[in-house]
Design a protein around this ligand. Structure first.
Ligand code: SAM
Ligand code: SF4
Length: 372
């Protein structure tokens, strides 16, 4: 039987204090003890959201962080500056919760852009209200957008998100494209018996419009703790579902640390294994559970209340905002961030004993409270 690997999930009782500390004098960027260097920063702007996706948030009852617990615009700008100017961060993704619900979003993006004229700044959003904000976001300096869209059917969308807002989301996607926030990437989580059968038509819709669709394996990060290994739709199943209509071949471009494995898509000759016609576009599959990419992970995460998480499944959260508010220097902030990344687990542990294993012990925080 395969042995458990060292990983976040396989190490439940571990505390940051029992982990090895960073060797003195080792100051180059956000390196961990397995030789990975984080250059891709995910920063959560809020834990609040206006949808209630079943794989992420509970229907009700999740308490929001107090306003003063959440990073202010100035604090965000300072933390990003430390990351970019001192620690080798090369890419920033704003996320949440739902970033669009933050009233000072445009100010935050404008300030980040002014401080870092060349930095790629993208945002993951559910696109509710984006139709009215896309042009302003582009003007403020946002580079690109990722929109979560799990279904094109009103009823299914409402069942998955617990809100009847499909029309608003589609208007938001169109507006992002029109505002020049492309390439627009779409994220879809497939849920068995709910939207899995829709995957080929979702892909057809995205290909027609020139959007890059990425299917994300459902991870055990839902507030309802409903995830089970047996019920999740795996990457292998996603490829199978799509292969009825399409032939997928590995995209020859270097994956370059990206979480999604990209495939070129051609139409399938009905009843044959052959592809017909030109490449229609690409599709990505983010197989975090069944085909994890931890060994090449380049991400560092900051939650809305300024905690460093070296991995989505970290049990150690290291407080950066508290230190900043105590009056720390940039150098002290940089060192704490380096310490936090040094103890990044080797792997997340969801996959550690195969698909027949008892279910992974889920972290306390839901995806919305970490920042996906
Ligand atoms: N509210 C924004 C949105 O939905 O795009 C940004 C935050 S959301 C937490 C970021 C991404 O995480 C979304 O693409 C969402 O589909 C994904 N996500 C949320 N919960 C997930 C889960 N349990 N497994 C896999 N992906 C998840
Ligand atoms: Fe909100 Fe995004 Fe979570 Fe859906 S996935 S509940 S839109 S944070």
């Amino acid at each position: 039987m395969p042995q458990p690997r060292e990983g976040a999930g396989s190490d439940p009782g571990v505390s940051a204090l029992s982990l090895p500390s960073r060797p003195a004098g080792m100051t180059a960027g956000l390196m961990d003890r397995y030789g990975r260097r984080a250059t891709d920063m995910r920063l959560s702007l809020t834990d609040k959201c206006n949808l209630r996706c079943t794989y992420c948030m509970p229907a009700e009852g999740l308490e929001w962080l107090a306003k003063q617990a959440v990073m202010s615009a100035e604090e965000i700008v300072r933390i990003v500056r430390v990351g970019v100017d001192m620690l080798g961060v090369r890419e920033l993704r704003l996320t949440g919760g739902e970033p669009l619900v933050r009233a000072d979003l445009l100010d935050i993006i404008a300030a980040l852009r002014q401080a870092h004229p060349e930095l790629p700044i993208s945002m993951t959003t559910n696109a509710v209200g984006l139709d009215k904000k896309a042009a302003g976001l582009k003007a403020a300096g946002l580079s690109r957008i990722n929109v979560s869209l799990d279904s094109l059917h009103e009823e299914t969308f409402t069942k998955l998100t617990r809100r009847p807002f499909l029309g608003k989301v589609l208007a938001g996607v169109d507006a992002a494209w029109a505002a020049g926030l492309g390439p627009v990437k779409l994220n879809a989580v497939l849920m068995r018996g709910i939207n899995d059968a829709e995957s080929p038509s979702l892909l057809a819709w995205a290909l027609d419009r020139g959007y890059e669709l990425r299917f994300i394996e459902q991870m055990p990060l839902d507030a309802d703790h409903g995830w089970t290994r047996r019920n999740m739709i795996t990457a292998a199943e996603i490829r199978e579902l799509l292969s009825v209509d399409y032939v997928l071949s590995t995209d020859p471009r270097d994956r370059d640390g990206a979480p999604a494995e990209r495939f070129e898509v051609r139409r399938r000759v009905p009843g044959s294994a052959e592809a017909a016609g030109p490449v229609l576009g690409t599709v990505g599959i983010i197989a975090s559970v069944t085909e994890p990419f931890c060994s090449d992970c380049r991400r560092t995460r900051i939650t809305a209340e300024g905690k460093i998480m070296s991995c989505l499944f970290s049990r150690e959260e290291v407080d950066l905002l508290g230190l900043l508010r105590e009056g720390a220097t940039d150098q002290q902030l940089a060192e704490r961030w380096q310490d936090a990344m040094w103890i990044k687990p080797k792997a997340h542990g969801m996959d550690h004993v195969g698909l027949d294993a008892p279910d992974f012990v889920q972290p306390d925080r839901s995806m919305s409270a970490i920042g996906g």
